[in-house]
Design a protein around this ligand. Structure first.
Ligand SMILES: [Zn+2]
Length: 546
Protein backbone atom coordinates (compact mmCIF):
# COMPACT_ATOMS: atom_id res chain seq x y z
CA UNK A 1 0.00 0.00 0.00
CA UNK A 2 1.01 3.59 -0.59
CA UNK A 3 1.78 5.37 2.68
CA UNK A 4 -0.55 8.15 3.78
CA UNK A 5 2.41 10.49 4.25
CA UNK A 6 3.49 10.19 0.68
CA UNK A 7 -0.10 10.62 -0.53
CA UNK A 8 -0.32 13.88 1.43
CA UNK A 9 3.05 15.02 0.11
CA UNK A 10 1.97 14.27 -3.45
CA UNK A 11 -1.35 16.09 -2.95
CA UNK A 12 0.51 19.16 -1.73
CA UNK A 13 2.36 19.28 -5.03
CA UNK A 14 -0.68 19.02 -7.23
CA UNK A 15 -2.44 22.02 -8.64
CA UNK A 16 -5.87 21.18 -10.01
CA UNK A 17 -5.58 23.71 -12.85
CA UNK A 18 -2.31 22.16 -13.94
CA UNK A 19 -3.50 18.57 -13.62
CA UNK A 20 -6.79 19.12 -15.45
CA UNK A 21 -5.04 21.45 -17.92
CA UNK A 22 -2.82 18.55 -18.97
CA UNK A 23 -5.88 16.79 -20.35
CA UNK A 24 -8.20 19.52 -21.57
CA UNK A 25 -7.90 23.13 -22.64
CA UNK A 26 -9.00 25.47 -19.89
CA UNK A 27 -10.06 29.09 -20.40
CA UNK A 28 -9.80 31.67 -17.67
CA UNK A 29 -13.17 32.93 -16.50
CA UNK A 30 -13.13 35.28 -13.51
CA UNK A 31 -11.32 33.60 -10.66
CA UNK A 32 -12.01 30.17 -12.19
CA UNK A 33 -11.24 28.26 -15.37
CA UNK A 34 -13.83 26.85 -17.72
CA UNK A 35 -14.04 24.20 -20.45
CA UNK A 36 -16.58 22.02 -22.20
CA UNK A 37 -17.04 19.04 -19.88
CA UNK A 38 -14.89 15.99 -20.73
CA UNK A 39 -17.38 13.70 -19.00
CA UNK A 40 -20.52 14.49 -20.93
CA UNK A 41 -21.28 15.72 -24.41
CA UNK A 42 -21.85 19.45 -24.52
CA UNK A 43 -21.13 22.53 -26.59
CA UNK A 44 -21.29 25.13 -23.82
CA UNK A 45 -18.73 25.15 -21.03
CA UNK A 46 -20.35 23.97 -17.80
CA UNK A 47 -17.13 22.49 -16.47
CA UNK A 48 -15.47 24.76 -13.91
CA UNK A 49 -12.05 24.39 -12.28
CA UNK A 50 -11.49 26.42 -9.15
CA UNK A 51 -7.85 27.10 -8.23
CA UNK A 52 -8.78 28.58 -4.86
CA UNK A 53 -10.85 25.55 -3.86
CA UNK A 54 -8.59 23.06 -5.73
CA UNK A 55 -11.63 21.30 -7.16
CA UNK A 56 -13.48 20.93 -10.45
CA UNK A 57 -17.21 20.72 -10.92
CA UNK A 58 -19.51 20.25 -13.89
CA UNK A 59 -22.88 22.02 -13.65
CA UNK A 60 -24.19 19.78 -16.43
CA UNK A 61 -23.47 16.28 -15.19
CA UNK A 62 -22.40 16.90 -11.59
CA UNK A 63 -18.96 15.37 -12.07
CA UNK A 64 -16.56 16.86 -9.57
CA UNK A 65 -13.69 16.41 -7.15
CA UNK A 66 -10.01 17.12 -6.70
CA UNK A 67 -6.97 16.45 -8.91
CA UNK A 68 -6.80 12.78 -8.02
CA UNK A 69 -10.51 12.26 -8.65
CA UNK A 70 -10.12 13.91 -12.04
CA UNK A 71 -7.34 11.54 -13.08
CA UNK A 72 -9.35 8.57 -11.80
CA UNK A 73 -12.39 9.59 -13.80
CA UNK A 74 -10.60 10.70 -16.92
CA UNK A 75 -8.16 7.82 -17.15
CA UNK A 76 -10.63 5.32 -15.64
CA UNK A 77 -8.16 4.35 -12.93
CA UNK A 78 -8.68 3.32 -9.34
CA UNK A 79 -7.30 5.42 -6.49
CA UNK A 80 -3.81 3.86 -6.16
CA UNK A 81 -3.43 3.74 -9.95
CA UNK A 82 -4.30 7.43 -10.20
CA UNK A 83 -1.79 8.25 -7.47
CA UNK A 84 0.91 6.29 -9.29
CA UNK A 85 0.07 7.97 -12.57
CA UNK A 86 0.25 11.45 -11.01
CA UNK A 87 3.40 10.59 -9.10
CA UNK A 88 5.14 9.52 -12.27
CA UNK A 89 4.07 12.58 -14.25
CA UNK A 90 5.18 14.92 -11.44
CA UNK A 91 8.40 13.01 -10.89
CA UNK A 92 7.46 12.18 -7.35
CA UNK A 93 8.43 8.96 -5.54
CA UNK A 94 5.65 7.37 -3.56
CA UNK A 95 6.58 5.17 -0.63
CA UNK A 96 4.90 1.85 0.05
CA UNK A 97 4.12 0.11 3.33
CA UNK A 98 4.52 -3.31 1.82
CA UNK A 99 7.51 -4.17 -0.30
CA UNK A 100 5.87 -7.17 -1.95
CA UNK A 101 3.44 -4.93 -3.78
CA UNK A 102 6.30 -2.82 -4.95
CA UNK A 103 7.94 -5.62 -6.92
CA UNK A 104 8.41 -4.33 -10.45
CA UNK A 105 6.30 -6.00 -13.10
CA UNK A 106 8.08 -8.52 -15.29
CA UNK A 107 9.36 -6.96 -18.48
CA UNK A 108 9.15 -10.16 -20.55
CA UNK A 109 5.82 -9.48 -22.19
CA UNK A 110 6.57 -5.84 -22.99
CA UNK A 111 9.94 -6.80 -24.50
CA UNK A 112 8.41 -9.57 -26.59
CA UNK A 113 5.61 -7.29 -27.70
CA UNK A 114 8.07 -4.70 -29.00
CA UNK A 115 10.06 -7.43 -30.71
CA UNK A 116 6.94 -8.97 -32.31
CA UNK A 117 5.98 -5.55 -33.65
CA UNK A 118 9.42 -5.12 -35.18
CA UNK A 119 9.28 -8.57 -36.77
CA UNK A 120 5.95 -7.79 -38.41
CA UNK A 121 7.50 -5.04 -40.52
CA UNK A 122 9.72 -7.67 -42.17
CA UNK A 123 7.13 -10.42 -42.52
CA UNK A 124 5.55 -9.89 -45.92
CA UNK A 125 2.95 -12.65 -45.71
CA UNK A 126 1.60 -11.25 -42.43
CA UNK A 127 1.60 -7.71 -43.76
CA UNK A 128 -0.29 -8.70 -46.89
CA UNK A 129 -2.87 -10.55 -44.82
CA UNK A 130 -3.51 -7.38 -42.79
CA UNK A 131 -3.54 -5.24 -45.91
CA UNK A 132 -6.01 -7.59 -47.61
CA UNK A 133 -8.30 -7.26 -44.62
CA UNK A 134 -8.11 -3.48 -45.00
CA UNK A 135 -6.06 -2.72 -41.87
CA UNK A 136 -4.24 0.60 -42.13
CA UNK A 137 -0.62 1.17 -41.20
CA UNK A 138 -1.82 3.55 -38.45
CA UNK A 139 -4.03 0.83 -36.95
CA UNK A 140 -1.12 -1.62 -36.89
CA UNK A 141 0.68 0.95 -34.80
CA UNK A 142 -2.27 1.95 -32.59
CA UNK A 143 -3.13 -1.64 -31.72
CA UNK A 144 0.49 -2.79 -31.55
CA UNK A 145 -0.05 -5.65 -33.98
CA UNK A 146 3.01 -7.85 -34.33
CA UNK A 147 4.28 -11.18 -35.57
CA UNK A 148 5.48 -14.14 -33.49
CA UNK A 149 8.02 -16.33 -35.33
CA UNK A 150 8.91 -19.98 -34.71
CA UNK A 151 9.11 -21.34 -31.20
CA UNK A 152 12.91 -21.61 -31.29
CA UNK A 153 13.36 -18.05 -32.47
CA UNK A 154 11.25 -16.78 -29.58
CA UNK A 155 13.07 -18.93 -26.99
CA UNK A 156 16.42 -17.79 -28.36
CA UNK A 157 15.37 -14.18 -28.18
CA UNK A 158 14.43 -14.58 -24.51
CA UNK A 159 17.83 -16.11 -23.78
CA UNK A 160 19.77 -13.55 -25.79
CA UNK A 161 18.08 -10.68 -24.03
CA UNK A 162 18.73 -12.32 -20.63
CA UNK A 163 15.02 -12.30 -19.85
CA UNK A 164 13.79 -14.68 -17.18
CA UNK A 165 12.39 -17.94 -18.58
CA UNK A 166 10.45 -18.44 -15.33
CA UNK A 167 8.76 -15.08 -15.79
CA UNK A 168 8.09 -15.91 -19.43
CA UNK A 169 6.27 -19.06 -18.30
CA UNK A 170 4.45 -17.20 -15.51
CA UNK A 171 3.22 -14.56 -17.93
CA UNK A 172 1.94 -17.20 -20.34
CA UNK A 173 4.07 -16.36 -23.39
CA UNK A 174 6.07 -19.57 -22.97
CA UNK A 175 4.67 -22.99 -22.08
CA UNK A 176 6.41 -25.91 -20.41
CA UNK A 177 5.71 -29.43 -21.49
CA UNK A 178 7.53 -32.73 -21.16
CA UNK A 179 10.72 -31.22 -19.85
CA UNK A 180 11.08 -28.43 -22.38
CA UNK A 181 9.86 -24.95 -23.05
CA UNK A 182 7.90 -23.89 -26.11
CA UNK A 183 6.57 -20.56 -27.29
CA UNK A 184 2.80 -20.13 -27.03
CA UNK A 185 2.56 -18.05 -30.19
CA UNK A 186 4.12 -19.68 -33.22
CA UNK A 187 3.96 -18.09 -36.67
CA UNK A 188 1.02 -15.95 -35.75
CA UNK A 189 -0.02 -12.34 -36.08
CA UNK A 190 -0.10 -11.04 -32.52
CA UNK A 191 -2.71 -8.75 -30.98
CA UNK A 192 -1.56 -7.47 -27.60
CA UNK A 193 -4.34 -7.50 -24.99
CA UNK A 194 -4.40 -4.88 -22.26
CA UNK A 195 -6.10 -4.43 -18.91
CA UNK A 196 -8.65 -1.60 -18.68
CA UNK A 197 -5.89 0.73 -17.48
CA UNK A 198 -3.67 -0.10 -20.45
CA UNK A 199 -1.18 -2.60 -19.00
CA UNK A 200 -0.18 -5.40 -21.37
CA UNK A 201 -1.57 -8.64 -19.90
CA UNK A 202 -1.62 -11.12 -22.77
CA UNK A 203 -1.82 -11.78 -26.49
CA UNK A 204 -4.21 -13.08 -29.05
CA UNK A 205 -2.64 -14.72 -32.09
CA UNK A 206 -4.00 -15.47 -35.54
CA UNK A 207 -2.29 -18.12 -37.61
CA UNK A 208 -1.06 -17.29 -41.09
CA UNK A 209 0.30 -20.76 -41.76
CA UNK A 210 -3.06 -22.53 -41.65
CA UNK A 211 -2.50 -23.89 -38.20
CA UNK A 212 -5.57 -25.80 -37.06
CA UNK A 213 -6.48 -23.25 -34.42
CA UNK A 214 -7.25 -20.03 -36.25
CA UNK A 215 -6.96 -17.94 -33.09
CA UNK A 216 -5.23 -18.69 -29.79
CA UNK A 217 -5.04 -16.56 -26.67
CA UNK A 218 -2.70 -16.39 -23.72
CA UNK A 219 -3.54 -18.96 -21.04
CA UNK A 220 -5.08 -17.79 -17.77
CA UNK A 221 -2.55 -16.02 -15.53
CA UNK A 222 -3.03 -13.85 -12.44
CA UNK A 223 -3.44 -10.86 -14.80
CA UNK A 224 -5.12 -12.53 -17.73
CA UNK A 225 -8.70 -13.57 -17.11
CA UNK A 226 -10.53 -14.00 -20.40
CA UNK A 227 -13.96 -13.78 -18.81
CA UNK A 228 -13.22 -10.42 -17.30
CA UNK A 229 -11.24 -8.62 -19.99
CA UNK A 230 -12.42 -6.98 -23.17
CA UNK A 231 -10.11 -6.44 -26.11
CA UNK A 232 -9.24 -2.74 -26.70
CA UNK A 233 -11.27 -1.52 -23.71
CA UNK A 234 -8.43 0.84 -22.79
CA UNK A 235 -8.69 2.43 -26.25
CA UNK A 236 -12.49 2.56 -26.15
CA UNK A 237 -13.09 3.85 -22.65
CA UNK A 238 -12.68 7.55 -23.40
CA UNK A 239 -15.24 7.40 -26.21
CA UNK A 240 -17.66 5.13 -24.42
CA UNK A 241 -17.78 7.37 -21.37
CA UNK A 242 -18.59 10.28 -23.63
CA UNK A 243 -21.08 8.63 -25.95
CA UNK A 244 -22.51 6.43 -23.19
CA UNK A 245 -22.43 3.54 -25.61
CA UNK A 246 -20.19 0.51 -26.13
CA UNK A 247 -20.11 -1.85 -29.11
CA UNK A 248 -19.16 -5.44 -28.29
CA UNK A 249 -17.99 -7.57 -31.20
CA UNK A 250 -16.61 -11.08 -31.50
CA UNK A 251 -13.28 -10.40 -33.15
CA UNK A 252 -10.07 -8.41 -32.86
CA UNK A 253 -10.23 -7.38 -36.50
CA UNK A 254 -13.82 -6.19 -36.05
CA UNK A 255 -12.61 -3.88 -33.30
CA UNK A 256 -9.64 -2.61 -35.26
CA UNK A 257 -11.68 -1.93 -38.38
CA UNK A 258 -14.49 -0.26 -36.42
CA UNK A 259 -12.01 2.05 -34.70
CA UNK A 260 -10.53 2.78 -38.10
CA UNK A 261 -14.01 3.79 -39.29
CA UNK A 262 -14.56 6.12 -36.34
CA UNK A 263 -16.43 3.77 -33.99
CA UNK A 264 -13.96 4.34 -31.17
CA UNK A 265 -16.19 2.62 -28.62
CA UNK A 266 -15.82 -0.90 -30.05
CA UNK A 267 -14.39 -3.76 -27.98
CA UNK A 268 -14.41 -7.55 -28.28
CA UNK A 269 -14.69 -10.55 -26.03
CA UNK A 270 -11.57 -12.71 -26.03
CA UNK A 271 -12.87 -15.71 -27.94
CA UNK A 272 -15.31 -16.45 -25.13
CA UNK A 273 -18.95 -15.69 -24.48
CA UNK A 274 -19.91 -12.63 -22.50
CA UNK A 275 -20.03 -13.67 -18.84
CA UNK A 276 -21.27 -12.44 -15.50
CA UNK A 277 -17.67 -11.50 -14.74
CA UNK A 278 -17.65 -8.94 -17.56
CA UNK A 279 -20.54 -7.02 -16.01
CA UNK A 280 -18.60 -4.89 -13.50
CA UNK A 281 -16.41 -3.53 -16.31
CA UNK A 282 -19.44 -2.93 -18.51
CA UNK A 283 -21.20 -1.07 -15.69
CA UNK A 284 -18.47 1.59 -15.69
CA UNK A 285 -19.81 4.76 -17.21
CA UNK A 286 -23.24 3.14 -17.55
CA UNK A 287 -23.11 2.82 -21.32
CA UNK A 288 -25.86 1.44 -23.51
CA UNK A 289 -24.58 -1.85 -24.87
CA UNK A 290 -24.69 -2.87 -28.51
CA UNK A 291 -23.85 -6.49 -29.23
CA UNK A 292 -22.60 -6.85 -32.80
CA UNK A 293 -22.70 -10.55 -33.65
CA UNK A 294 -22.51 -12.83 -36.68
CA UNK A 295 -25.77 -14.06 -38.17
CA UNK A 296 -24.72 -17.74 -38.16
CA UNK A 297 -26.15 -20.21 -35.68
CA UNK A 298 -23.27 -19.88 -33.21
CA UNK A 299 -23.36 -16.09 -33.38
CA UNK A 300 -27.09 -15.93 -32.79
CA UNK A 301 -26.90 -18.37 -29.88
CA UNK A 302 -24.13 -16.28 -28.31
CA UNK A 303 -26.16 -13.10 -28.83
CA UNK A 304 -29.20 -14.73 -27.21
CA UNK A 305 -27.21 -15.78 -24.16
CA UNK A 306 -25.59 -12.38 -23.82
CA UNK A 307 -28.92 -10.56 -24.23
CA UNK A 308 -30.51 -12.63 -21.48
CA UNK A 309 -27.58 -11.94 -19.19
CA UNK A 310 -27.51 -8.20 -19.89
CA UNK A 311 -31.25 -7.55 -19.79
CA UNK A 312 -31.68 -9.49 -16.54
CA UNK A 313 -28.85 -7.48 -15.04
CA UNK A 314 -30.70 -4.30 -15.98
CA UNK A 315 -28.48 -3.15 -18.86
CA UNK A 316 -29.97 -1.09 -21.64
CA UNK A 317 -29.12 -1.76 -25.27
CA UNK A 318 -29.68 -4.20 -28.06
CA UNK A 319 -28.38 -6.56 -30.68
CA UNK A 320 -27.16 -6.02 -34.22
CA UNK A 321 -26.94 -9.19 -36.28
CA UNK A 322 -24.76 -9.29 -39.40
CA UNK A 323 -26.26 -11.42 -42.14
CA UNK A 324 -24.84 -13.18 -45.25
CA UNK A 325 -21.64 -14.20 -43.53
CA UNK A 326 -20.59 -10.57 -43.08
CA UNK A 327 -18.98 -9.17 -39.97
CA UNK A 328 -18.32 -5.58 -38.88
CA UNK A 329 -14.78 -5.74 -40.32
CA UNK A 330 -16.14 -6.74 -43.76
CA UNK A 331 -18.66 -3.90 -43.66
CA UNK A 332 -15.95 -1.34 -42.92
CA UNK A 333 -13.73 -2.74 -45.63
CA UNK A 334 -16.60 -2.60 -48.11
CA UNK A 335 -17.14 1.01 -47.16
CA UNK A 336 -20.71 0.44 -45.93
CA UNK A 337 -20.22 2.94 -43.16
CA UNK A 338 -23.62 4.57 -43.41
CA UNK A 339 -25.39 1.27 -43.20
CA UNK A 340 -23.19 0.34 -40.28
CA UNK A 341 -24.07 3.54 -38.37
CA UNK A 342 -27.73 2.98 -39.09
CA UNK A 343 -27.48 -0.59 -37.74
CA UNK A 344 -25.74 0.59 -34.57
CA UNK A 345 -28.32 3.36 -34.15
CA UNK A 346 -31.21 0.92 -34.33
CA UNK A 347 -30.23 -2.28 -32.57
CA UNK A 348 -33.02 -4.68 -31.67
CA UNK A 349 -33.68 -4.11 -27.94
CA UNK A 350 -32.40 -7.00 -25.79
CA UNK A 351 -35.79 -8.04 -24.48
CA UNK A 352 -37.46 -8.09 -27.91
CA UNK A 353 -34.48 -9.97 -29.27
CA UNK A 354 -34.63 -12.61 -26.54
CA UNK A 355 -38.39 -13.11 -26.92
CA UNK A 356 -38.22 -13.31 -30.73
CA UNK A 357 -35.24 -15.66 -30.74
CA UNK A 358 -36.86 -17.86 -28.12
CA UNK A 359 -40.00 -18.15 -30.23
CA UNK A 360 -37.99 -18.87 -33.35
CA UNK A 361 -36.63 -22.00 -31.69
CA UNK A 362 -40.13 -23.50 -31.62
CA UNK A 363 -42.74 -24.36 -34.21
CA UNK A 364 -45.63 -22.58 -32.57
CA UNK A 365 -48.19 -23.95 -35.00
CA UNK A 366 -47.90 -27.15 -32.94
CA UNK A 367 -49.82 -26.60 -29.66
CA UNK A 368 -47.39 -28.57 -27.50
CA UNK A 369 -44.41 -26.57 -28.82
CA UNK A 370 -46.35 -23.34 -28.40
CA UNK A 371 -46.85 -24.24 -24.75
CA UNK A 372 -43.12 -24.85 -24.27
CA UNK A 373 -42.26 -21.58 -26.00
CA UNK A 374 -44.64 -19.81 -23.65
CA UNK A 375 -43.04 -21.38 -20.57
CA UNK A 376 -39.60 -20.43 -21.74
CA UNK A 377 -40.65 -16.86 -22.52
CA UNK A 378 -42.36 -16.46 -19.16
CA UNK A 379 -39.35 -17.89 -17.32
CA UNK A 380 -37.22 -15.24 -19.01
CA UNK A 381 -39.68 -12.36 -18.42
CA UNK A 382 -39.64 -13.21 -14.73
CA UNK A 383 -35.95 -12.35 -14.55
CA UNK A 384 -36.82 -8.73 -15.42
CA UNK A 385 -38.07 -5.89 -13.24
CA UNK A 386 -41.82 -5.72 -12.60
CA UNK A 387 -42.28 -2.75 -14.88
CA UNK A 388 -40.45 -4.42 -17.78
CA UNK A 389 -42.44 -7.61 -17.27
CA UNK A 390 -45.61 -5.60 -17.56
CA UNK A 391 -44.34 -3.70 -20.63
CA UNK A 392 -43.30 -6.82 -22.54
CA UNK A 393 -46.16 -9.06 -21.52
CA UNK A 394 -48.41 -7.98 -24.37
CA UNK A 395 -45.52 -7.93 -26.85
CA UNK A 396 -44.81 -11.56 -26.05
CA UNK A 397 -48.48 -12.55 -26.03
CA UNK A 398 -49.08 -11.05 -29.44
CA UNK A 399 -45.96 -12.67 -30.97
CA UNK A 400 -47.16 -15.96 -29.59
CA UNK A 401 -50.71 -15.33 -30.74
CA UNK A 402 -52.38 -15.68 -27.36
CA UNK A 403 -54.33 -13.32 -25.12
CA UNK A 404 -52.12 -11.36 -22.67
CA UNK A 405 -54.09 -12.87 -19.79
CA UNK A 406 -52.38 -16.19 -20.58
CA UNK A 407 -49.02 -14.72 -19.78
CA UNK A 408 -49.00 -15.05 -16.01
CA UNK A 409 -46.16 -13.21 -14.36
CA UNK A 410 -45.17 -12.63 -10.79
CA UNK A 411 -45.49 -9.18 -9.31
CA UNK A 412 -42.23 -9.61 -7.57
CA UNK A 413 -39.68 -6.92 -8.28
CA UNK A 414 -36.09 -7.82 -8.93
CA UNK A 415 -33.22 -6.07 -7.27
CA UNK A 416 -32.64 -3.65 -10.13
CA UNK A 417 -32.90 -0.27 -8.50
CA UNK A 418 -34.43 2.40 -10.68
CA UNK A 419 -31.89 5.01 -11.55
CA UNK A 420 -32.58 8.23 -9.67
CA UNK A 421 -32.60 11.28 -11.89
CA UNK A 422 -30.36 14.10 -10.71
CA UNK A 423 -32.49 16.50 -8.72
CA UNK A 424 -32.52 19.90 -10.36
CA UNK A 425 -33.42 22.88 -8.27
CA UNK A 426 -36.41 24.77 -9.43
CA UNK A 427 -35.23 27.86 -7.65
CA UNK A 428 -31.79 29.15 -6.74
CA UNK A 429 -32.13 31.20 -3.60
CA UNK A 430 -29.05 33.38 -3.48
CA UNK A 431 -29.45 34.31 0.16
CA UNK A 432 -29.60 30.68 1.28
CA UNK A 433 -26.74 29.73 -1.01
CA UNK A 434 -24.67 32.55 0.38
CA UNK A 435 -25.35 31.32 3.91
CA UNK A 436 -24.25 27.82 2.91
CA UNK A 437 -21.07 29.12 1.31
CA UNK A 438 -20.40 31.11 4.47
CA UNK A 439 -20.59 27.99 6.64
CA UNK A 440 -18.25 26.20 4.23
CA UNK A 441 -15.67 28.97 4.11
CA UNK A 442 -16.02 30.26 7.65
CA UNK A 443 -16.60 27.28 9.92
CA UNK A 444 -15.98 29.63 12.85
CA UNK A 445 -19.46 31.14 12.20
CA UNK A 446 -21.27 27.81 12.37
CA UNK A 447 -22.12 27.95 16.07
CA UNK A 448 -23.49 31.44 15.76
CA UNK A 449 -25.69 30.36 12.87
CA UNK A 450 -26.89 27.18 14.54
CA UNK A 451 -27.85 29.14 17.65
CA UNK A 452 -30.68 30.75 15.72
CA UNK A 453 -31.64 28.38 12.91
CA UNK A 454 -31.41 24.82 11.63
CA UNK A 455 -31.62 23.30 8.13
CA UNK A 456 -35.43 23.17 8.24
CA UNK A 457 -35.52 27.01 8.23
CA UNK A 458 -34.21 27.04 4.66
CA UNK A 459 -36.98 26.96 2.09
CA UNK A 460 -35.03 25.88 -0.97
CA UNK A 461 -31.63 24.54 0.03
CA UNK A 462 -32.08 22.81 3.38
CA UNK A 463 -30.47 19.66 1.97
CA UNK A 464 -27.32 21.47 0.93
CA UNK A 465 -27.22 23.27 4.25
CA UNK A 466 -27.39 19.95 6.10
CA UNK A 467 -24.57 18.61 3.90
CA UNK A 468 -22.51 21.73 4.66
CA UNK A 469 -22.97 21.23 8.39
CA UNK A 470 -21.68 17.68 7.97
CA UNK A 471 -18.79 19.12 5.92
CA UNK A 472 -19.57 16.82 2.98
CA UNK A 473 -17.63 19.07 0.62
CA UNK A 474 -17.08 16.36 -1.99
CA UNK A 475 -20.78 16.14 -2.86
CA UNK A 476 -21.85 17.61 -6.22
CA UNK A 477 -24.33 19.89 -4.45
CA UNK A 478 -21.67 21.57 -2.32
CA UNK A 479 -19.05 21.65 -5.06
CA UNK A 480 -21.51 23.48 -7.27
CA UNK A 481 -21.88 26.11 -4.56
CA UNK A 482 -18.15 26.35 -3.91
CA UNK A 483 -17.13 26.98 -7.51
CA UNK A 484 -20.05 29.32 -8.31
CA UNK A 485 -18.51 32.77 -8.23
CA UNK A 486 -21.90 34.46 -8.25
CA UNK A 487 -22.56 33.17 -4.74
CA UNK A 488 -20.84 35.59 -2.38
CA UNK A 489 -20.17 34.40 1.16
CA UNK A 490 -20.73 36.81 4.04
CA UNK A 491 -17.41 38.28 4.97
CA UNK A 492 -17.67 39.21 8.64
CA UNK A 493 -19.66 38.77 11.78
CA UNK A 494 -21.51 42.06 11.45
CA UNK A 495 -22.88 41.37 8.02
CA UNK A 496 -23.76 37.82 9.08
CA UNK A 497 -25.70 39.24 12.03
CA UNK A 498 -27.56 41.75 9.88
CA UNK A 499 -28.43 39.11 7.29
CA UNK A 500 -29.62 36.64 9.91
CA UNK A 501 -31.95 39.26 11.42
CA UNK A 502 -33.57 39.94 8.05
CA UNK A 503 -33.82 36.24 7.23
CA UNK A 504 -35.29 35.26 10.59
CA UNK A 505 -37.82 38.11 10.52
CA UNK A 506 -39.09 36.84 7.20
CA UNK A 507 -39.03 33.28 8.47
CA UNK A 508 -41.16 34.04 11.53
CA UNK A 509 -43.57 36.19 9.49
CA UNK A 510 -44.11 33.13 7.30
CA UNK A 511 -44.56 30.88 10.30
CA UNK A 512 -47.06 33.32 11.76
CA UNK A 513 -49.11 33.24 8.58
CA UNK A 514 -48.99 29.44 8.51
CA UNK A 515 -50.16 29.10 12.08
CA UNK A 516 -53.03 31.55 11.48
CA UNK A 517 -54.26 29.40 8.61
CA UNK A 518 -54.10 26.19 10.60
CA UNK A 519 -57.45 24.64 11.49
CA UNK A 520 -56.34 21.33 12.97
CA UNK A 521 -54.88 22.59 16.26
CA UNK A 522 -56.47 23.76 19.47
CA UNK A 523 -57.13 27.41 20.17
CA UNK A 524 -54.66 27.34 23.09
CA UNK A 525 -51.91 25.88 20.98
CA UNK A 526 -52.53 28.41 18.27
CA UNK A 527 -52.39 31.28 20.76
CA UNK A 528 -49.13 29.96 22.18
CA UNK A 529 -47.38 29.90 18.81
CA UNK A 530 -48.77 33.24 17.73
CA UNK A 531 -47.37 34.78 20.92
CA UNK A 532 -44.06 33.06 20.40
CA UNK A 533 -43.62 34.16 16.78
CA UNK A 534 -44.77 37.73 17.47
CA UNK A 535 -42.28 37.91 20.31
CA UNK A 536 -39.46 36.70 18.01
CA UNK A 537 -40.38 39.22 15.36
CA UNK A 538 -40.45 42.14 17.73
CA UNK A 539 -37.11 41.31 19.35
CA UNK A 540 -35.56 40.86 15.91
CA UNK A 541 -36.86 44.35 15.05
CA UNK A 542 -34.90 45.66 18.01
CA UNK A 543 -31.80 43.92 16.79
CA UNK A 544 -31.84 41.01 19.24
CA UNK A 545 -30.90 37.77 17.55
CA UNK A 546 -31.67 35.23 20.24
ZN1 LIG B 1 -20.27 17.25 -17.33
Amino acid sequence: MITQDSIEALKARLDVVDVVGNYIELKKSGANFKAPCPFHDEKTASFVVSPSKQIYHCFGCNAGGDSIKFVMEYEKLNYPEALEKLASSYNFSLTYTDNKHNKPRSQVMDKLNTWYQKLLTTKQIALSYLKDRGVYESSIEKFGIGYAPTSNETLNYIKQEFLSMTEAVESGVVGYDGGRNFARFIERITFPIHSPNGTLVGFGGRTITNHQAKYVNSPETPFFNKSRLLYAYHHAKQTLYKTKEIIITEGYLDVIMLHQAGFGNAVATLGTALTQEHLPLLRKGEPRIIMAYDGDKAGKAAALKASKLLSSAGFDGGVVIFLDGMDPADMVQKGSLEELSRMFREPKPFIEFVLDETLSLYNISIPKEKERAMHEGIAYLKTLSAILQEEYKSYFASSLGVSPSFVRLSNQTTNNPEIQPIQKHTHKDMWELSLIKTTLEHPEFINQILDVLDPSFLQFHSREFALALEEKVDTPELMAILVDESIIPLKDENSLRAELITFLSRHYERELKKINMKTDISFEEKAFYIRKFRGKISSLKQGVLK
